[in-house]
Design a binder for this molecule. Structure first.
Ligand code: DP6
Length: 326
């Protein structure tokens, strides 16, 4: 084995057409395709070093992590060991430059960086599709943090072709995500537990049956830079996912009063000519997407709203990349 250590960087992403529910939970084959953009400036940086120790070790921001977090990482390392035909355990050291609980899913960037760093450390050169597929096994949305810019994760027929591809590079369209951080007093249910509940909602089958229509509208809006169509479809898709969440058994209510307050503001701003639209993941924070030229104004307006504690700002990010290998 030539290479023993590699460091990779990956950006989180925000979904415009959401992934919610799996057709196969173990393989993380989603019930519907999804579309996202990577978030520039925010990243996870992960170093993987294979060594002679007895067990895998995981450090996140220099703190050792055990239990489920470590198991999930070892599961990806096992897939890499199998592909590379090696037995060495690994030390994985990961850090984020964005705060935990900031309403940005860290698992997407984390598993994309892990897939790239661990495969490269094991001296494997995987294609973008193979990397996306590997990252998917750790966290579904991580499949979308492998390619750059605007990305579509295809459902595929099965494990082999269930991968994400770039539909446009970062410079295609200058969009900005202004993430309004809202007070979240309730403990939230994580995505993995949430996906498992999706099919308990009678609305999920209608949402999934309609997914290709929404994907087409969103893809076309991005390709043609049609902001009005884009804003309408991302809000519609986000609302549909939350309708499924709210009507699952047990129900998941991620929105806070301030979340809904921001929806009303964003729609009023758009009606008065400001190019903005909202989307919300499995939390209370609102991702307000706008044309980059208007980001300063949007950020200011969000900061002035009661119930908004902070605003994070990110443009369109590139692909996951290796930054060191030895
Ligand atoms: C609401 O990818 O975090 O953000 O595969 O269990 O790790 P796991 O789930 P995850 O789910 C993301 C859900 C979402 C929508 C999306 O990003 O598409």
């Amino acid at each position: 084995m030539k290479t023993l250590s590699a460091t990779a960087l990956a950006h989180p992403n925000i979904a415009f057409i959401k992934y919610w529910g799996n057709r196969d939970n173990a393989l993380r084959l989603p019930s519907n395709g999804s579309i996202s953009m990577n978030l520039d400036g925010l990243f996870t940086r992960t170093t993987v070093t294979f060594n002679s120790s007895q067990r895998d070790l995981l450090l996140i921001n220099n703190h050792a992590v055990m239990g489920k977090g470590l198991d999930r990482v070892s599961y990806i390392l096992d897939l890499v060991r199998e592909m590379a035909n090696i037995n060495e355990r690994a030390e994985v050291s990961s850090s984020n430059n964005f705060p935990a609980g900031a309403g940005i899913a860290s698992s997407a960037a984390a598993f994309a960086a892990l897939a790239l760093a661990s495969s490269r450390a094991a001296d494997l050169t995987l294609s973008e599709g193979q990397l996306s597929r590997l990252a998917r096994r750790g966290s579904g949305s991580a499949s979308r943090s492998i390619p750059g810019g605007f990305v579509e994760w295809k459902m595929g027929a099965g494990d082999d072709d269930c991968v994400a591809v770039s539909i446009a590079p970062p410079e295609h369209w200058a969009l900005t995500d202004c993430v309004a951080i809202v007070n979240a007093s309730h403990k939230k249910t994580g995505s993995t537990e949430g996906h498992a509940l999706a099919w308990t909602s009678p609305l999920q089958s209608a949402r999934v049956a309609d997914a290709s229509r929404r994907l087409d509208i969103c893809r076309n809006a991005i390709l043609h830079k049609d902001f009005e169509a884009f804003a309408n479809i991302i809000e519609h898709d986000s609302d549909m996912m939350h309708a499924v969440m709210m009507t699952s058994n047990p129900p998941l209510m991620y929105w806070q009063a301030a979340t809904v307050g921001i929806f009303h503001e964003v729609r009023a701003w758009r009606a008065s000519g400001l190019p903005v639209g909202y989307t919300v993941d499995a939390g209370a924070n609102v991702h307000v997407i706008c044309l980059a030229d208007h980001a300063k104004e949007v950020e200011k307006r969000l900061r002035d709203l009661s119930g908004v504690n902070d605003v994070l700002v990110a443009g369109v990010g590139g692909a996951a990349r290796v930054i060191e290998s030895a």
